[in-house]
Design a protein around this ligand. Structure first.
Ligand SMILES: *Cc1c(COP(=O)(O)O)cnc(C)c1O
Length: 383
C-alpha cells in the first residue's frame, strides 16, 4: 500500500506521439528523450507504452539510464542513444549492447576505439559539436583532425550522427545566440559532408526548436517534454497556437498524481497548525491530513501555497509541507472524510490542477517538478 501513486494515461501518450510524428513529417526521425526517469513518468512504464505506440528511437543522458531502458525494453528493434555521461569503463558495455553515444572530446574517442578493438565490434557514435552552448562538444576548427583520426580507425567506428544542442530555443530573448548556433552547425555540416565515407544523421533540435525553428529539424529531432503533454514554455505554446490559428493545446497531460485523506479534524480558533508558526487559525478550521510531503517530491516551498482537489473542489495547503505529510484546509468543504481521493496533479470532476500551475506559486519549471517525483511511487497505467 503506497501513500500516493502516479497515473500514466496511455491515450494521452498515443495522442502526443501522433502529434509529434505529424509535426515532424515522415523524413525526420523522432527520438524520444527519456532522461530523468522519463521526466518523472517512470522510464519502464513510459517507454513500454511509447514502444507499443510506435517509438523506436530513445535518448537518455547517461549509461545508467541506458542500462535501465535496456532492461525495460529488451526488444532488438530499438536504438538507444546516450547524450551525456558515459565513463570509459562503461564503453565496452555500450558497444557490446549496440548502444549509441555522444563523443565530444578526443580522449573518449580514443577510448571508444580501444573498446571496439578489444571487442572487434564497431562502436556507434554521435560526434557532438560545440556551437555556442559552451558545455560539451568538439570545436568546429578541430573537425578535420577528428575526422582524420576517425578515418584511420574506420573499421572500429560508425559515425551515426553529428549533433549539437541549442542554448535556450524556448525564448525569443535568446534569438541572436540561437541563430548564431545554427550558422555554426551548418558550417560543421558543410565540413563533414566533404568526407564521403561519412553519412551521419544530423541533429540539433529539441522540442522548442522543432516548433520555433523548423529548419533545425535536419534528420532527427530529440523530443522530451512534448511527449508528456507540455510545451517547453508558454511562449512556445502561444507561438504554436498563433501559427496554427487554434486556441487549445493539441497535447494532453500524461501524468496524474493522487493520494487520499488519512485523517480529518477540527482545530479551534487561535492555534498553529503543524511545525512552527507559519499558519494560525483565526477561526475554527477543519483540516484534512494527507500522507504526501517533500520526500515524495511535493516541494516544501509549497507550504501555505499549494492547492489540491478533494471532492471536486480546490483546497489550500495550510502550514508547512512536512517530509511525509501535510494539512489541507477543508473548512468550507461540505463533506470530507478519511479515504477520500486527493488530487495533487490532474482532474477531479470538472476541476484540474495543472503541472504549470505550480509555476504560479513557486519558481519551478515543469521539467524540474516532474523529475523530482521519486521512482518509488507506483506508476499505474490508465486509459
Ligand atoms: C533534454 C534534452 C533534449 C530534450 O529537450 P526537450 O526540451 O524536453 O524536448 C534534447 N537534447 C538534449 C541534448 C537534451 O539534453
Amino acid at each position: 500500500m503506497h501513500t500516493s501513486f502516479i497515473e500514466i494515461s496511455e491515450s494521452a501518450i498515443e495522442n502526443n506521439i501522433r502529434f509529434i510524428k505529424n509535426h515532424l513529417g515522415e523524413d525526420v526521425l523522432f527520438s524520444s528523450v527519456v532522461k530523468g526517469n522519463a521526466y518523472g513518468h517512470g522510464i519502464r512504464t513510459y517507454c513500454t507504452l511509447a514502444y507499443k505506440h510506435g517509438v523506436r528511437h530513445f535518448s537518455v543522458s547517461d549509461a545508467n539510464e541506458a542500462y535501465e531502458l535496456k532492461k525495460a525494453l529488451p526488444q532488438k528493434d530499438i536504438s538507444i542513444m546516450i547524450m551525456g555521461m558515459i565513463d570509459n569503463s562503461q564503453l565496452e558495455w555500450a558497444v557490446e549492447n549496440n548502444i549509441e553515444f555522444y563523443v565530444f572530446e578526443i580522449d573518449r574517442l580514443q577510448a571508444t576505439v580501444q573498446a571496439a578493438k578489444r571487442l572487434q565490434i564497431p562502436a556507434k557514435v554521435h560526434l557532438e559539436i560545440e556551437t555556442g552552448m559552451n558545455r560539451t562538444g568538439f570545436v568546429v576548427k578541430n573537425i578535420p583532425n577528428v575526422i582524420k583520426y576517425i578515418q584511420e580507425n574506420l573499421q572500429y567506428l560508425v559515425v551515426k550522427g553529428v549533433c549539437s544542442h541549442l542554448a535556450g530555443a524556448e525564448s525569443i530573448s535568446n534569438y541572436k545566440r540561437i541563430t548564431d548556433q545554427q550558422k555554426k552547425f551548418r558550417n560543421a555540416i558543410k565540413k563533414i559532408n566533404q568526407y564521403d565515407f561519412l553519412n551521419p544523421d544530423f541533429h540539433l533540435a529539441s522540442s522548442a526548436a522543432s516548433i520555433r525553428y523548423p529548419k533545425t529539424r535536419f534528420d532527427l529531432v530529440r523530443i522530451g517534454i512534448l511527449q508528456f503533454g507540455f510545451f517547453p514554455t508558454k511562449e512556445i505554446l502561444v507561438h504554436y497556437l498563433n501559427k496554427h490559428k487554434i486556441f487549445e493545446s493539441p497535447l494532453q497531460r500524461v501524468i496524474s498524481w493522487k493520494t487520499m485523506v488519512m485523517d480529518v479534524k477540527t482545530v479551534k480558533a487561535g492555534q498553529f497548525i503543524g511545525y512552527g508558526t507559519s499558519f494560525f487559525t483565526n477561526h475554527e478550521t477543519k483540516i484534512a491530513i494527507i500522507p504526501v510531503g517533500y520526500s515524495s517530491g511535493y516541494s516544501r516551498s509549497l507550504s501555505n501555497r499549494g492547492k489540491v482537489l478533494i471532492r471536486g473542489k480546490r483546497h489550500s495547503i495550510v502550514g508547512t509541507v512536512n517530509m511525509n505529510m501535510m494539512a489541507v484546509d477543508v473548512t468550507y468543504a461540505e463533506h470530507v472524510e478519511k479515504g477520500d481521493e486527493v488530487v495533487l496533479i490532474g482532474d477531479q470532476g470538472d476541476r484540474e490542477i495543472t503541472v504549470s500551475s505550480f509555476n504560479d506559486y513557486i519558481q519551478i519549471i515543469n521539467y524540474e517538478l516532474l523529475t523530482k517525483l521519486p521512482d518509488n511511487l507506483p506508476r499505474v497505467i490508465t486509459k
